[in-house]
Design a protein around this ligand. Sequence first.
Ligand code: ADP
Ligand code: MG
Length: 255
Amino acid sequence: MNTNTILKIENLNVNIKDSNIIKNLNFSINKGEIHAIMGKNGSGKSTLAKTIAGHPKYKIIKGKLIFKNDDITYEEPEMRSHKGIFLGFQHPVEISGVSNIDFLRLAYNSKQKASNQQELDPLSFFQLITKKLESINMDTAFLNRHVNEGFSGGEKKKNEILQMSLLNTELCILDEIDSGLDVEALKNISKNIQNFSNANNAIMIITHYEKLIEYIKPQYVHIMKEGKIVYTGDYKTANLIEREGYDFFLNKNKL
Ligand code: ADP
Ligand code: MG
């Protein structure tokens, strides 16, 4: 395996209950790359994202997930997260009664502990997190509010970006992070995603929204259909989908 490869998926087959949702899917993503995954509703995009994160409902019946040379096919979700996989939610959960800063410190320290690194006391953590907030232009007032409670759509997504930057995520999967955002919020999130992208991490964006692809310009755009990747092109693919619809690609075999 190429030393730049962060995730390699080989011949993946995933069942939900008894139905086979992902079918012989192959995919690989390297350091420094951003890939987008598009496709009609029900084509298996979220199933793929949750399978990579290790959601227990999705059963891998065949194939392998290799994360940086490590076989994680049957690894627990917590371990995957400690190793550097982050899944951002379409609808981030609200947690009443828990302040955002306590939640973030807990997540940070549990990752530090798992990798035998130093945990931070509240004061040192505050210094670290305020730097991260500045880098994404987020107000410190969000630290003392309850996790996502009363946050606008754009603010919730920003909070997800804050988490992934805090946890030094190496593989970041964003499932419809754009849903419910207005144009300004979308531009903002796109900029944050681009700033977060570096030579040592990789980002998978699942989206329906051509505008997001236009702002972020991922190196690859994949189209999923019935649990498979049926087409791979560059960022211009999104514009063609917008004009011609998905079926236009399904008759082509450019891979
Ligand atoms: P996408 O994210 O591309 O819209 P999904 O991965 O959510 O698609 O869904 C893929 C297929 O899996 C769909 O046919 C959907 O009905 C099915 N599916 C998803 N979740 C469940 C579930 N909990 N139980 C049964 N089928 C499911
Ligand atoms: Mg989905």
